[in-house]
Design a protein around this ligand. Structure first.
Ligand SMILES: [Zn+2]
Length: 189
């Protein structure tokens, strides 16, 4: 890859096979993003890896791909396969599935929450915690990261909507991008 600071070219770590079964410690490094930070050997500045990433968690039957290369989900029946448009989205997906949440219901939750906020903002899942399973979302505003806490009941409502609309689940098989534009095609109008 090319250092965005000084332009030096150097070999980025190969992240095309992150297998959590082989090395469980990788999951935390994915979730905090440190696995994707690389240091330029010339100027020492840190930057985000721009190479393809394939995240595989056999125990959760989960595959998340950040790559434009042709990938097929053949042989991955019973797997949840997701295509993401950025490393940030990949990290978010891992957090969502690791919290035991359904990403379709969560994207729906983000959609309705943004509508209630009446703001055109990109909400991201940060965490779920507390005895009540409060869900914390973040979004950028005025150059700062804002936090927003949503009750678990809102998520439960979204799970219910997904269950009552099987078309959503039907369109999520294979290697798909489940994001805000994916959700909006079923909600809009
Ligand atoms: Zn550099």
């Amino acid at each position: 890859m090319i250092c965005p600071k000084c332009g030096a070219e150097f070999a980025a770590p190969d992240l095309r096979s992150i297998n959590i079964a082989k090395d469980p410690s990788l999951k935390d490094r994915v979730k905090d993003g440190s696995l994707f930070m690389v240091k330029c050997p010339r100027c020492g500045s840190d930057s985000l890896v721009q190479e393809p990433v394939l995240y595989h968690d056999p125990s959760q039957r989960l595959l998340i791909a950040y790559t434009s290369a042709g990938l097929s989900s053949d042989g991955l029946e019973g797997y949840t396969c997701r295509l993401v448009g950025s490393i940030g989205e990949l990290i978010e997906k891992v957090k969502v599935f690791d919290a035991g949440l359904d990403d379709i219901a969560l994207e729906l939750l983000k959609y309705v929450t943004a509508q209630e906020l009446k703001k055109d903002v990109a909400l991201k899942f940060l965490k779920m915690d507390g005895a009540d399973g409060e869900i914390t979302l973040t979004y950028p505003e005025k150059g700062e990261m804002q936090m927003l806490v949503v009750g678990y009941n809102v998520y439960s409502d979204c799970v219910g909507i997904v269950e009552r609309n099987p078309v959503l689940r039907e369109h999520s098989s294979g290697l798909v991008s489940i994001d805000q534009s994916w959700v909006s095609q079923f909600i809009a109008g």
